[in-house]
Ligand binder design. Sequence first.
Ligand code: ADP
Ligand code: MG
Length: 303
Amino acid sequence: MLHVKNLTFSYNKIPVLKDISFNGKQGENIAIIGESGSGKSTLLKVLYGEYDLDKGHVFWKDEEILGPKFNLVIGYDFMKYVAQEFDLMPYITVEENIGKHLSRFFPEETQQRIDELIKVVELEAFANTKVKTLSGGQKQRVALARALAKQPEILLLDEPFSHIDNFKKQSLRRKVFRYLKDKNITCIVATHDKDDVLGFADRMIVLNNNKIIVNDLPEMLYKNPKTPLIASFFGEFNIINGAIVYANQLKIIESSDLKVVVKQSFFKGYFYLIEADLNGNSIFFENQNKLEGGIEVCLSIIK
Ligand code: ADP
Ligand code: MG
């Protein structure tokens, strides 16, 4: 359905994306991850047709997505894009923003649609509030709802929950991704937050040094992170004898060759993250209880 083939793009001769190829099926949730500056936002903009490619092609079904050189108006009806910096109309209400591109000839249907989307993004209490008075997170939710108003076939989301506080984030993510699955909308989500990915993404694409370094199921990448960059996305990890070992894969046992001296304990809720010293280097493991600095413990790797 989405077909990206050998996409290469640079800003003023500075390459940002090199030879990017991947496919997306209808209804699939694809996460694009990578460090800040790795080109996630640029990739979404290019997929949207905001820029002309140096090389390569992007197709949605049989239609080629073209940049401004070949297209008078940027964008296509079947595709919506919610930018990292969302631009809304500040002086009209939440409802009016969401309904902005909906038909005025069917006021009842339009109102129903707006009500439905306001529920998805949990803004019922703000329907008639002017957007300029909302917080960043609330605005982000309006931008999401507006992108969904005229149901797209494919939705590009750039760090969609980055401005939303933790109190709301979990339930909002579940609602939005559930909605997209129910409506069979393909979505491409650029993020550096593993919670946007785990439990939601069907595939995960990792960008590094202008290229895709892996494209696989999140479970596969978690279980077999090929590089420290991939492991770091999932959590605290160590490199022991050349192998990547997550902090939660180390546990204290009676005796072993892996003897470490505790440095610090960090409270993490249902566990403590322990920083310890192993021959002058820090090693991290998880433990049920806090440990006093200076004590020696033995660790074993559980797989
Ligand atoms: P990410 O979203 O992964 O943080 P971006 O796609 O925003 O990364 O940026 C990728 C690279 O392209 C960065 O080095 C950034 O400085 C550069 N860049 C982004 N936008 C522009 C632009 N409009 N003009 C020139 N360089 C840009
Ligand atoms: Mg970005």
